[in-house]
Design a protein around this ligand. Structure first.
Ligand code: FE2
Length: 195
């Protein structure tokens, strides 16, 4: 079986990975990681000319999450999320910090909060990310949301950075009645090489 070649030779992505690694070398607090890392991500997604086609491919079955890079020490991972028309995540958490930058199309995010009776309810209004915009999630600032493609007729693509090898993290999806289901997302790449 052949292995998937990650697009490490893409200059913009390579530069981003190096800058993000340098940032984490300074052992920043989470707030600084999100602020400075968000600026780096904004620079990466300011140009939509670098994501290889095989990492931008939607599936009619479900949204795709392609691993672009995982740090050798698993301090962070970079993933392209590709949403087909009408596709959405369940309500889910991350358990680690995350940055979401919209590369192409439009994406809607609805935060959720648990009410006193244990149900999950929308918290505030949904907001729409346009190309170039970045948002953050984490257990300390709000970690539960539901994300959907805001466009009915075309794919949307966002670039995500997480504070772990996110495809291997034990996480949860939730139903609005409070039911929790454990999940590990994995990746959509046919084969993901070890870091
Ligand atoms: Fe998410």
């Amino acid at each position: 079986m052949s292995t998937t070649t990650l697009p490490a030779s893409t200059p913009r992505l390579s530069q981003f990975v190096q800058q993000f690694s340098d940032l984490l070398d300074g052992r920043p607090a989470e707030a600084e990681t999100l602020e400075r890392g968000g600026e780096l991500l904004a620079e990466l997604i300011a140009h939509d000319d670098w994501l290889p086609a095989e990492y931008a491919r939607p599936s009619p079955q479900r949204y795709q999450q392609y691993l672009l890079h995982v740090d050798a020490r698993e301090r962070f991972s970079v993933v392209s999320f590709v949403w087909g028309p009408g596709q959405a995540t369940p309500i889910h958490d991350h358990t680690v910090w995350g940055l979401v930058g919209l590369l192409r199309g439009a994406e809607q995010s609805q935060a959720y909060a648990r009410s006193a009776d244990g149900r999950w309810q929308p918290q505030g209004a949904p907001h729409t990310l346009a190309p170039g915009q970045v948002e953050a999630v984490s257990p300390s600032i709000g970690d539960v949301h539901r994300v959907s493609n805001a466009l009915a007729g075309q794919p949307s693509i966002s670039i995500h950075v997480y504070g772990a090898d996110i495809g291997k993290v034990q996480r949860s999806v939730y139903l609005e009645d409070g039911t929790r289901k454990p999940f590990v997302s994995g990746y959509s790449n046919p084969v993901v090489p070890a870091p």
